[in-house]
Design a protein around this ligand. Structure first.
Ligand code: CP3
Length: 335
């Protein structure tokens, strides 16, 4: 049983930091790109056979301490009445976004039934590698999901969602509540299917002004974290000026983007576990630089409660050798 990731995520001292990468199963791996030539993104996500193959690609190449299921934060939209696809060159597109404040009461389907392919995938992964690495489940956070549901596509600084919160404050709150409840249920479902650690990706919530974040986001993150019976990593970008608001949700681990100085985060967050936070662009440097920068982060984070990761997803152009170097640096480290 390899529980290094779980121990670090619980805040324990570990002999070295566990390591995984956000987006480790994506486009930087040649075999992923091959699979995507014959399967659309939604097909790959909803077919447990394909999703299992993709999830295992980084396992075969890097042997990370955590395997993040191949899926997407947008899957939860489907049982809530939204259809989506990924459009090349654009990104996620919601076919029927929220058209106004009266468009929230859509026909819903039960999450475990509609998303049974996720449970299937997790069961298979648990059978295949569950005793050799930790399984990481995830969900999008309420603001990030609301931003897609409102804008219908990626939007600059999430202006449509920020406008909607002022023009339709009650509907905005209701939409956040809808996603909060659904995400809590979905994460519980993932834990029931063998997930060891979960990450809540409210990637974009950091575009809100601090007072609005405090009011709309912190209580909902708290609610989700409290509902999940597994160590939880909370990842929000652009929180360097207010890391305390990440901590206020009471996650087990604060996911840090690369704009945060690790030693500074340790000072400000006390005993809270931390994840991150190598700038993904460092993986375009030479091997020695990658090793040095990675070790600097490990040393700044210290031996207790640190999960090594990038500060956001691995870029699609990243050389696989660089990812290898990054993972090996963690594995060769010893406190
Ligand atoms: O390897 C992993 O980390 C696991 C799988 C994973 C994906 N998306 C696969 C994916 C995870 C954890 C996500 C999270 C996700 N998805 C987030 C949150 C965090 C983040 O990284 O910002 C968000 C906002 C999404 C929504 C989404 N889905 C985006 C922004 C994109 C990229 C669109 C693009 O064209 O670049 C997707 C599609 C997506 N999800 C891909 C992958 C591997 C790329 C699909 C492809 O072109 O093959």
């Amino acid at each position: 049983m390899s529980d290094l990731l779980v121990r670090a995520a619980r805040g324990e001292r570990t002999e070295r930091p566990p390591v995984w990468l956000m987006r480790q199963a994506g486009r930087h791996i040649p075999e992923y790109r091959e699979i995507r030539e014959t399967h659309s993104f939604v097909e790959a996500v909803t077919d447990p056979d394909v999703a299992e193959r993709i999830t295992l690609l980084p396992w075969e190449r890097y042997r990370p301490d955590g395997l993040v299921m191949f899926s997407d934060i947008l899957t939860i939209l489907e049982p809530l009445g939204f259809q989506y696809h990924i459009e090349s060159g654009v990104g996620p597109v919601i076919e029927n976004p929220v058209s106004g404040p009266d468009d929230l009461d859509r026909a819903r389907e039960p999450i475990p039934e509609r998303l049974d392919y996720v449970g299937d995938l997790l069961d298979r992964l648990d059978d295949r590698v569950g005793d050799r690495t930790s399984l990481i489940g995830f969900a999008g956070g309420p603001f990030t999901l609301a931003s897609y549901a409102i804008a219908g596509e990626p939007s600059r600084n999430h202006l449509p969602a920020r406008k909607f919160r002022l023009q339709h404050p009650e509907a905005f709150e209701r939409l956040l509540d809808l996603f909060t409840e659904a995400v809590a249920e979905f994460l519980q479902y993932q834990v029931a299917h063998g997930t060891d650690v979960v990450q809540l990706f409210d990637t974009y919530a950091g575009v809100l002004p601090p007072a609005d974040y405090e009011r709309h986001i912190v209580p909902r993150h708290r609610e989700i974290v409290a509902a999940v019976d597994a160590p939880t990593i909370l990842f929000v970008r652009n929180m360097n000026g207010r890391l305390e608001q990440l901590a206020a949700a009471d996650p087990d681990v604060a996911g840090l983007d690369w704009t945060v100085e690790m030693s500074d985060a340790r000072e400000r967050l006390g005993d809270l576990g931390v994840q991150g936070n190598l700038d993904p662009s460092v993986l375009f440097a030479d091997r020695e630089t990658i090793r040095e920068r990675t070790r600097e982060i490990i040393e700044a984070a210290g031996p207790r409660g640190h999960v090594l990761n990038l500060g956001h997803g691995v870029d699609r152009e990243t050389p696989v050798e660089s990812v290898q170097t990054f993972v090996e640096t963690a594995k060769n480290f010893q406190w």
